[in-house]
Design a protein around this ligand. Structure first.
Ligand SMILES: [Zn+2]
Length: 565
């Protein structure tokens, strides 16, 4: 028998550490919305965050378990087995998320149970675990979002995470909120390639961290993929840039090795796509990054694309484990103190499940976070005639959201970005919580009055030169011609059947993420009126669905046609 320790220098995973289950009452939605809108985040944070005593314990070791640790001694072992257990894109999924078929998967309990199982047979002196995450901890559920991610940091502290990369959604509530979460975290949220406009790192950004495992020192570097920059609301990253991570990793890896680390692990909020099993035909930002590194690194933990990646590039293992706690990657490396690059003993991306274990590690945090929003989450809003699944680039759920926004703004046209539609909906009763998961960002809606010419110019960007439509529209039918490969907007027909006139004026509703993006500028710069609607995107969707005849049937008409020559 021996004592398992998860995260040797980090926080222990132990059911004994469970704080008494806090049971907050249901929160008042109106007050919460008012707080969210006024940006009085601090009031909410004070209410939601753990006691400040935890803040200063970053480096302090929690009291050790009994020292009488007996281990099966392997006298033949010439290397140290480093077990890297990794997750990514948790997205506030304290509770399991419903997949398209309605089956709930992932969530904190399944993730915690799978992490515990993965670390069960790894302990000193020959094996040590390192629990890490490749970013996007936040954004996605009411239980997490209404407390601005604080329950996720509490969960990661409890599970003993050693470090995470910063993800694009870590910026969603602004830098001040991110810094508040960083202060609570007993792990580094690493952002080595985030720079101020002048090229200097922001005061809050940390490049790397060194952790001890057995007799070895492990260096961890965290970066964010530059491609993700454009998926963040411009106002949230004003004054910041995401530099090319490859030379930054190279130079930090050199410095870490000079400081005596035995292994370098890269956490990259940078995506990849592979064939089904995650091993073959891999491409994407994380794969390109691996090819471009010149300094040896021992592993790359990828994130952002919510995919299964379980591959190697130039002998360097690269893993990504879906999202929302639905999978956990486990990588065993043989680390020999003298070797620059060491061998991979095993590599797997495991589907996460609780296997019926009592979910001790995560339980009290999840229940407390859920209790605060339970009344609101379970509130029935409407009934749906059929499940609404995000399949392809045009689907009834997207049409319905665009219709809701056009209805709310009494506008001629509405457009909603596909990237902002985050979950499917099951048939039957739909709760406020389910709609929250579809539109979790709390985006405000803008109603712009624009000349027809500018509207046409903007709508032409809905279908990129190559590729599928990026948005859903309401109030118009767009016909694109794809002669010679390029998409060209041939016609814009309005709801009344008339063709759009360049010299007439029209109103369009779109969210502030779209309005402040580069294409949105086509509209905002030409607008003769620019109003913000009183309700945000979620409130509009809730109001729209509850006002429709029940059950609601989502519109399945084709609004964006692409004719091939
Ligand atoms: Zn991301």
């Amino acid at each position: 028998m021996y004592q398992r320790i998860v995260g040797i220098t980090g926080a222990r995973q132990s059911a004994n550490e469970d704080a008494p289950t806090a049971r907050g009452g249901g929160i008042n939605f109106r007050i919460m919305c008012a707080l969210l809108k006024c940006g009085l985040a601090l009031l909410v944070l004070t209410w939601a965050i753990p006691a400040p005593a935890q803040k200063r314990r970053v480096r302090k070791e929690p009291p050790r378990l009994p020292v009488h640790v007996t281990l099966p001694h392997d006298s033949t072992a010439r290397f140290f087995r480093l077990r890297i257990i990794s997750t990514n894109d948790f997205h506030g999924a304290l509770d399991p998320v419903a997949e398209a078929g309605g089956t709930p998967r992932g969530g904190a309990d399944a993730m915690a149970a799978t992490i515990a199982r993965a670390s069960a047979d790894c302990g000193p002196p020959n094996c040590g675990t390192l629990l890490v995450d490749a970013g996007d901890l936040f954004q996605g559920s009411a239980a997490s979002n209404l407390a601005f991610g604080a329950p996720v940091v509490a969960l990661y502290n409890r599970l003993g995470y050693a470090a995470t990369a910063i993800g694009n959604h870590e910026f969603d509530w602004g830098i001040d909120t991110l810094r508040a979460r960083m202060r609570e975290a007993r792990f580094g949220i690493l952002a080595a390639n985030v720079r101020n406009r002048n090229g200097r790192p922001p005061s809050w950004a940390r490049d790397d961290t060194i952790l001890d495992r057995g007799t070895l020192r492990i260096g961890i570097i965290g970066v964010i993929g530059p491609e993700t920059y454009h998926s963040i609301m411009p106002a949230r990253v004003r004054g910041l840039r995401f530099d090319d991570p490859a030379p930054i990793i190279d130079s930090l890896a050199r410095l870490l090795r000079a400081r005596g680390v035995d292994a370098v692990i890269v956490l990259a909020h940078s995506g990849a796509f592979c064939d089904d099993g995650g091993a073959t035909a891999c491409h994407g930002e994380a794969i390109e990054l691996a090819h471009r590194l010149t300094e040896p690194v021992n592993a790359i933990i990828s994130g952002h694309t919510h995919t299964r990646v379980d591959t190697r590039v130039d002998r360097v293992p690269i893993v990504q484990a879906l999202s929302s706690g639905r999978a956990v990657a486990v990588l065993d490396l043989a680390i020999a103190p003298t070797a620059a690059r060491d061998s991979v003993l095993s590599q797997a991306v495991l589907d996460a499940n609780t296997t019926g274990d009592p979910p001790a590690a995560a339980d009290s945090i999840v229940r407390a976070a859920d209790a605060r929003v339970a009344g609101l989450e379970r509130r029935p809003v409407a009934r749906l005639a059929a499940p609404l699944v995000r399949a392809g680039s045009q689907y009834p759920l997207g049409n319905m959201i665009a219709d809701a926004q056009r209805w709310a703004g009494k506008a001629d046209v509405a457009a909603v970005n596909n990237g902002g539609i985050r979950q499917d909906l099951p048939a039957g009763q739909v709760t406020w919580g389910a709609l929250f998961a579809v539109q979790p960002f709390g985006n405000s809606l803008r109603r712009l009055t624009v000349p027809g010419r500018a509207l046409r110019h903007y709508l032409a960007t809905v279908v990129p030169t190559h590729g599928a439509p990026r948005s859903h529209v309401s109030g118009v039918t767009l016909t694109f011609d794809r002669g010679r490969g390029r998409a060209h907007l041939a016609s814009v027909r309005l709801a009344n059947g008339a063709e759009l006139r360049d010299d007439a004026r029209y109103t369009i509703v779109l969210n502030d993420f779209m309005a402040t993006g580069s294409e949105g500028r086509i509209l905002t710069e030409a607008a003769t009126a620019d109003e913000t609607l009183a309700s945000d995107d979620l409130e509009v969707l809730v109001a729209y669905l509850s006002s429709r005849p029940q059950p609601v049937a989502a519109p399945n008409d084709t609004r964006i046609r692409i004719s091939q020559p």
